[in-house]
Design a protein. Structure first.
Length: 525
């Protein structure tokens, strides 16, 4: 709703809009709004049914006549009351009072306010602000919300929402949601963050974009999630990106690495929690250009936004670095396909000496195994999300994966390099206590924990202001933040005009048992 003064109808019009803020009981109820305007104008009544709402909620009262251009309307008084006895028992009279339009266009309460906002609702949660006593003050506060979008968090729960593929073809990726839910369980048992509990509601989207849209709308509109955090999938996050940005709901640290999730000009409320495809693909292109000049490259890729963007980023950077190198064969596959064996056979027939295996999950295992069976010994490159020893390489046959190159910003679970690392031991202790059924050889459990730690750091930095605007401010002003799961020397940084969190990776080669560092960290251009 666009407006310059939330209390003043447009001059010459017979209708106008203003907004009032209050926390309603979860079942929802009707509010009767009665407003008395200046001389010659009658009361304007409006009944609005609200469900699971944290107002401000807009009301459009009717006026007795168009406002003369030379006279500004003045709201003389207002009255907000629950519309049913049941609600009245649970939420005593919301209040009434009177206000005047201040000289600077704001609102100031007049004396004589005789009802106060209740301190708590029937569930024991405090109303926003917690200390707003008079409705005049609440009204003043609500008007400031309309103007600035800020909501100060009181004591109680901070609700975060998330969607994960707990069912469907990519259900293995749901490890992230499971471990993050347990992580915030641990945080809450330790007293929360500055006394505030964090409730992560993680819903199944079946790896389906339409289902993700349905679930995110539920999280925002019914569950009142302040932010969407760590949702899985490129297409799934893309499907809700415009909706969330339109409502100014932060879409934080998503498990999707497209450049579209690091575009502050187009989507200022969206930021990825992963190394971007463009960063990763550029580093692989650099490794190819430096180590295999004039390479002939074959690419297996997932036929969705993820795969197409990965291929596009790699081809563009390789052409820039080595114009003599060529992508001689590409083969897409669908995420619903049973196997990619036929694609690998086709790619191997190209006699390429580089195999960019830009696939995910079981398809990566299938491709590695088939290339080994065919005796195709091209230099293979594996994405960050597909280089896990226990869940990807072992099913493929470790010997078949020998010599593969990947790059990563994070420590590798089960690797002897981190046996005595304090942060790694901290994660193992967390898993043992809070997620004992979780697989400590699943890299996703480690990565999901690491991103949850990052979310905690952002919430801590917010202090008492957990407004969407401040959440985004803290998430986009990170300066060389070390995280327990990152390789020493790699940190997280962001700025209002650069949403890329991770800008350097460590290249590594698989020796048949473990990933061995090839060099120090390497930054993308």
């Amino acid at each position: 709703m666009k407006q310059t003064d939330p209390l003043q109808p447009q001059q010459g019009a017979g209708r106008g809009e203003f907004e009032i803020g209050a926390l309603l009981e979860p079942g929802g109820f009707d509010i009767v709004v009665q407003v008395a305007f200046g001389p010659g104008c009658r009361f304007a009544d409006r009944h609005c049914h609200t469900r699971h709402s944290l107002l401000p909620h807009s009301f459009s009262p009717s006026y007795c006549s168009p406002w003369p251009a030379q006279k500004a309307p003045i709201i003389r008084s207002f009255n907000l009351t629950p519309s049913s006895p049941r609600v009245a028992r649970q939420v005593p009279a919301i209040g009434r009072g009177s206000v005047v339009k201040s000289p600077v266009g704001g609102i100031s309460p007049k004396s004589g306010i005789d009802n106060y906002l209740p301190r708590k609702n029937h569930s024991g949660k405090k109303y926003m602000g917690g200390y707003m006593r008079g409705l005049g003050a609440a009204f003043l506060f609500a008007v400031s919300i309309v103007a600035s979008g800020a909501v100060m968090a009181g004591e109680g729960e901070l609700v975060l929402g998330q969607t994960m593929p707990y069912s469907g073809p990519a259900s293995a990726l749901s490890s992230v949601g499971k471990v993050q839910t347990r992580y915030f369980q641990m945080i809450n048992e330790r007293g929360g963050i500055k006394g505030r509990k964090i409730k992560l509601i993680s819903l199944d989207d079946g790896y389906s974009p339409p289902k993700a849209v349905e679930q995110v709308r539920r999280l925002v509109e019914s569950d009142e999630a302040v932010a969407i955090f760590g949702s899985m999938g490129t297409a799934q996050n893309a499907a809700v990106q415009k909706y969330l940005n339109g409502r100014k709901v932060p879409q934080l640290f998503v498990f999707a690495a497209s450049d579209r999730f690091a575009d502050p000009k187009t989507s200022p409320y969206t930021i990825s929690g992963m190394t971007l495809f463009s960063t990763e693909a550029a580093i692989y292109a650099r490794l190819v250009s430096e180590g295999i000049p004039q390479a002939r490259v074959a690419v297996l890729y997932q036929n969705d936004d993820y795969g197409r963007e990965y291929l596009r980023s790699f081809k563009g950077e390789l052409a820039r670095l080595d114009p003599q190198a060529r992508v001689v064969a590409v083969a897409p596959y669908e995420v619903t396909s049973p196997t990619v064996e036929s694609q690998v056979i086709s790619l191997a027939s190209s006699n390429a000496n580089v195999f960019l295996n830009a696939s995910t999950g079981k398809f990566t295992s299938q491709a590695i195994r088939k290339a080994g069976e065919l005796g195709w010994h091209a230099q293979q490159f594996l994405p960050i999300g597909s280089n896990f020893v226990a869940t990807i390489l072992k099913p493929a046959g470790l010997e078949n994966a020998k010599g593969a190159i990947s790059a990563t910003p994070t420590k590798t679970v089960g690797d002897p390099e981190w046996t005595n690392d304090p942060a790694y031991l901290e994660w193992l202790g967390f898993m043992k206590k809070y997620y004992p059924e979780g697989d400590i050889e699943d890299q996703l459990n480690f990565t999901g924990w690491n991103v949850a730690v990052l979310m905690t750091r952002v919430i801590e930095a917010c202090g008492d202001d957990l407004s969407p605007q401040n959440l985004m401010k803290q998430a986009t002003t990170l300066k060389n933040v070390p995280l327990p799961g990152l390789i020493p020397g790699i940190t997280v940084s962001s700025s209002p005009d650069d949403y890329r969190l991770i800008k350097a990776l460590r290249p590594q080669r698989f020796d048949g048992e473990r990933w061995v560092p090839m060099s120090g960290t390497m930054a993308a251009r």
